[in-house]
Design a protein around this ligand. Sequence first.
Ligand code: DGT
Ligand code: CA
Ligand code: CA
Ligand code: ZN
Length: 577
Amino acid sequence: MDRKSIIKVLGDIAVLLEIKGENPFKIRAYQNGARILETMEDFEERLESDALGEVSGLGKALCEKITTLHLTGKLDYFETLRASVPSGLLDMLEIPGLGGKKIKVLREALSLETIDDLKKACIQGRVAELKGFGSTSQDNILIGIENRERYNARHLWWSARDVALPILESLRALPEVEIAEIAGSFRRRMETVGDLDFIAASTQPGPVMDFFVSMDGVSEITARGETKSSVRLSSGMQSDLRVVPPKQFYFTLHHFTGSKDHNVMLRQRALARGFSLSEWGLSATRECNHAAKPPKSLLSEEELFKSLGLAFVPPELREGRGEIEAAEKGKLPKLCQLPDLRGVFHCHTIASDGSNRVEDLLSAASALEWEYVGISDHSKSSFQANGLDEARLIKQMEEIAAINQTGKFRAHAFTGIECDILPDGTLDLADDILAKLDYVIVSVHSSFSQGKEEMTARIVKALEHPSSTMLGHPCGRLLLRRESYSLDMDKIIDAAAANDKIIEINANPMRLDMDWRHWRKAIQKGVLASINPDAHDISHFDFCEAGVHIARKGWLTANNVFNTRPLEEVRMFLAKS
Ligand code: DGT
Ligand code: CA
Ligand code: CA
Ligand code: ZN
């Protein structure tokens, strides 16, 4: 262990002893020890020659601990001590203004063990009453806790993009930058993103770093190095930038795109071929007569995969779920793309809780060169969304027929409904009306707390209804806000397959439901996806992009997606279902 890490351990020991309320002399011995190491000029030599004990202030026991850490990188005393303090108290050290002594007082006076306890105590005003705290200190602790929550949170991919793309554009505009990309979960199109990982190719990292740490929206510089910096953005998002020499760029881009699982597998494959793969490059590990020498620089990521005998793996698929085997066999799917869509289902109008008329939706869809739009307002049980009863629905069907008649719009309107699945699995509208519609989306909007079996049976029953066409937002989650209801997705996929029903990819960036992890199983069973914006406004047509990302993460080709089909095929499918 190096000197810096040893100093850190000594400091941590002092803090742990403080939290436990140990003898102040003992605490001071570790604090002093850390300080002495910081300024010691001949640390290495003294360690080697066993002359640490001659330094005044370093007792025998402390010297032994330092030597053990240096030689083994571990210290039992420290491990035991750390394990004896509840982890919630250690987390409190991350809150500005809280050190070992104050945490000890909080723990003893208020018997706190977690940050949640501490938050409650602050809100109740109990911290302000403690000696040495006061109301300003209490307010600051509360702010610290809230910031920590905000910073630790993940972010929707959709909101991360609003932050990330302008930064990427500015990086690319710098004269010193040759290429720049965003790697990490953002590039893999995960539904949520922890932090942003920018990679730039440049021979002059200095000015690029200067720009990055001082650009608009930086609220804190958490690390500033020659080739790597980290900043906190005012949105609460953490963001890293690595600057590498141009010939290294695609190795680094690949490494930091991840995922970790994908990287591990690719590295193993490289090793099996006598190469060592890292963020720095590809090198030979042993002497042997390779037909191909490892490339020292790359002009694209394709070349990296090619040098390992693989087809290019799109970033969305790099999750360590069989993509490398598929790439080896040339069996990667040709993933669907946004321009493949020829229309959407699941759009709400002013008749329920949408903000546009049918005509507005048709006009916006036509501008996108779509061939059709499915109108699907809520049904009557969703009274909070002004859901339609039978009479209002019949009236809407007549209106839509009349609009189609005018021939004013390129896009055709299909008449549908987003029909509530009632708690017992029956549908919210009369069968004879449902049978008259072009299509029916069935969705759960109530009794979310049903048990797994009951909820699964409820949804399966709705899929077995002869008039249902597709299942809306199957798990009901709201990302970072509300968990999925409990259900058995395998059984639901089976029911969809058995009854020839479509499953929606709800493209609302807060839903992205059905989750991409289930889609490979679903398409193997022949289930079709419909990428639906769940539009309550014409601007929500944009959500389709997020839906396409999820479809791609689920290995879907255009063929697996119902709404890539031309109008006539869709008509035929809906007519026979
Ligand atoms: P996030 O930020 O939590 O949404 O997820 P990622 O995937 O962006 O993860 P991040 O930012 O920690 O690191 C970016 C990529 O860098 C990650 O996907 C794989 C690579 N990477 C980072 N740390 C490690 C590591 O310790 N081992 C391996 N094999 N790869 C790593
Ligand atoms: Ca990341
Ligand atoms: Ca990162
Ligand atoms: Zn809904």
